[in-house]
Design a protein around this ligand. Structure first.
Ligand SMILES: [Zn+2]
Length: 253
């Protein structure tokens, strides 16, 4: 059975490495050096690169990695991501032979239009759409698209592990507490996260169950969250109205 290990990169990115025996694949290598060090230290060879989206902190290491390992690069082809060798669309499947893992590709627009996620049983690589306790910024497309993408992810099985691409959990939970201070599951997560970060430990992967219980962006129908936003001037209390106001508030929090 393969392992999944986080390689810290840049300021707060995680490059996820899937590895088994001598083989490895990486997701969203924003930087090459920490990946090469990880591979060399463990005596691994790189077999594949997976991209969720084309932001520089997710693709910046690909050119340098491919000078060492001329491997396939999977993801969505785009003028701003010229590295892709295999274009992936909604409904495609990606089998990584060395690990016996097969991903379903799902399109989750709303951070960028062409953002995709890799889904296997109990495993989700979701880039910058769903974070621990939060969600990505709405750079392209509408809040409705981002909301819809998050709702799709929320419908995955509870035990699905959420491998997102940034260590944003603590900051996200501070915002979550401002939205829903009476949520006891959230309070427990804040404490657990503080302990992990104080020990310089990673807070990921999360799970879909934990996100549904604590992530305000998946909880837009909760009365306490609606009340909080009403106190800030919200009048449209439909789910999308709440989500849109919350995402806007988070941008300035
Ligand atoms: Zn991004």
């Amino acid at each position: 059975m393969f392992n999944i290990t986080a390689i810290p990169a840049l300021q707060d990115n995680y490059i996820w490495a899937i590895h088994e025996g001598k083989h490895a694949a990486v997701v969203d290598p924003g930087e090459a050096a920490p990946v090469l060090e990880f591979l060399n230290t463990r005596g691994l060879q790189l077999d594949a690169i997976l991209c969720t989206h084309r932001h520089a902190d997710h693709i910046g290491g690909i050119s340098e990695l491919r000078k060492v390992y001329n491997v396939p690069v999977y993801g969505r082809r785009h003028p701003n991501n010229p590295h892709i060798t295999h274009d992936l669309r909604e409904g495609d499947q990606l089998k990584l032979e060395p690990f016996g893992i097969e991903f379903d590709i799902i399109e989750i627009p709303g951070h960028l239009n062409d953002h995709i996620a890799y889904l296997a049983p109990e495993i989700l690589f979701c880039g910058d759409v769903l974070f621990g306790g939060g969600c990505g910024r709405n750079f392209e497309g509408s809040p409705a698209q981002l909301h819809h993408s998050l709702q799709r992810l929320a419908q995955l099985p509870d035990q699905t592990r959420v491998y997102c691409a940034h260590e944003y959990t603590a900051a996200n939970l501070r915002f979550a507490m401002a939205c829903e201070p009476g949520n006891s599951a959230l309070q427990q997560r804040v404490t657990a996260t503080q302990h992990l970060r104080a020990a310089n430990q990673i807070t990921l992967p999360s799970t879909i169950a934990l996100e549904k219980a604590t992530n305000p962006f998946l909880r837009c129908t909760q009365p306490e969250i609606i009340r909080t936003l009403q106190q800030r001037g919200l009048t449209d209390t439909a789910e999308l109205g709440v989500f849109t106001a919350m995402r806007e508030w988070k941008n300035h929090f």
